[in-house]
Design a protein around this ligand. Sequence first.
Ligand SMILES: [Zn+2]
Length: 204
Amino acid sequence: MAGFRSLARQVRDPGCDTALRRYSLRKCLERFAPYGHRATWDHLCRRHRFGPEDRELDPGRLVAALDELEEARAVWLAYEEEFAARRRREKHEGLRRPGALDDWHRRVWGGNGVVRCGDPELHPSDPLPEVLRRLIAALERGPGEACPVCAGPRIEWAGPGDRYEPWRGPVCVDCGVGVPRTVLTSGTLARARADRGRRLASAA
Ligand SMILES: [Zn+2]
């Protein structure tokens, strides 16, 4: 299985035909896709103005999309490295941490789906590196009450049958990201859950 870097080389290779270069960009998303595969692809297509079936595609747009994705990946991997080093130091010092943040990191290690958008057409429009920097700032700050990406206050609880499937859990209804529980206060999580309960009850 080709790694991210060799796929990135193919996207940039002017000797490859454009369809293959686009296919390679799409394959990059199997290695790194912060919103999940479909939503990240939708984001790159919209931001760099190319369609999935675009025959007259300017390869420069694919390369610009790759630049954005690569920068976001570098931001995230640098954060993960720093996080892992911090945990090693803490372990060495005999410091124990509650496991929720570590469990979450293990699940998304490498950066896939860190802010998963269950609805592939609803995601932030800001550049990916900026979105990840905001998420990292929130992870370092500790739990808050708003969306770590757009600062929107409307956090809902997504569950079976919602437009965010298969995502289950807190979601920002303004920008569409699934919010890692670890960046929200227990009060915010409880409110979002209770609201969902009320919505379901009134719909029944
Ligand atoms: Zn948001």
